[in-house]
Design a protein around this ligand. Structure first.
Ligand SMILES: [Cu+2]
Length: 261
């Protein structure tokens, strides 16, 4: 009787262990990167045949704020890189009345799955003592390649709340650094300890459904599984706006946002 019970227990724990092993194998090629989670969620199969697309534009209304010129006089090497004064990128209103550098992402509604992490890094340049791009997205655990194209030292200092903070200098034309953030965090501000005007924002997302508005103020998010989602648009000065959206298989939906100055 007692022996039988023990055997049953053993069988149950063995079953649980093999399940864990199986789900571990399903987590993708890079199991070492999901060690933070006790149990990795199952790998997401990208269903391209049924994928939906959400696109839209981010309008700006109200008075367009005047952006101040950045003073780079403290570092002549930075000032020399520009023939005209550089403006703060805090608010960039495009010629067509849209807002640039808005980070749009699927905030909730996706199944809890392990989305494939792109092997290609996202590049962050330091050029003329400005970050390029000013706002960008990356998947959790995807590499960010940070390059210094300037003849001066920079000191890259991301200020995360959910991820590990770090702070490293990079010599002129120094070797590119490869970094990544393990946890979702929208957004992580980045500053340079040498040049106080330098600022970038990184959106770290656990899935690939995000985009940033460019010089036409539009964004496109492709490959979405059919479902109901909360979209969020983030802007560094004007904050966030949410929108609920439902997409059917192969749907193409429009989601327009507006921020007021
Ligand atoms: Cu710098």
């Amino acid at each position: 009787m007692r022996k039988g019970l023990k055997m049953k227990k053993y069988l149950i724990s063995f079953g649980a262990a093999s399940l864990l092993l199986l789900s571990g194998c399903g987590g993708g090629k890079e199991p070492e990167k999901v060690t933070e989670k006790k149990e990795a969620p199952p790998a997401a199969a990208m269903d391209d045949a049924n994928a939906a697309t959400v696109s839209g534009k981010v309008a700006f209304s109200g008075d367009k704020p005047a952006m101040k010129n950045l003073s780079m006089d403290a570092t002549p090497a930075c000032a020399r890189a520009h023939t005209t004064p550089q403006k703060s990128q805090e608010v960039v209103v495009n010629d067509n009345g849209t807002l640039r550098n808005v980070f749009v992402w699927v905030k909730s509604g996706l199944p809890d799955k392990q989305w494939p992490v792109p092997a290609t890094p996202v590049r962050l340049d330091q050029k003329g003592c400005m970050y390029e791009p000013h706002v960008f997205g990356v998947m959790a655990n995807q590499d960010i390649e940070i390059a210094n194209d300037d003849p001066t030292n920079h000191n890259i200092h991301p200020l995360p709340k959910e991820n590990r903070e770090w702070n490293e200098s990079q010599p002129p034309k120094g070797e590119a650094k490869k970094k990544n953030f393990a946890r979702q965090e929208v957004m992580i501000p980045v500053k340079c300890n040498v040049h106080p005007w330098m600022r970038a924002y990184i959106g770290v997302v656990s899935h690939p459904f995000f985009a940033v508005t460019g010089d036409d103020g539009t964004f496109t998010i492709k490959g979405l599984p059919p479902g109901t989602y909360k979209l969020e648009a983030w802007h560094e000065k004007y904050g966030t706006k949410d929108m609920d959206i439902t997409v059917a298989p192969k749907d193409t939906k429009t989601a327009d946002f507006e921020f007021k100055g």
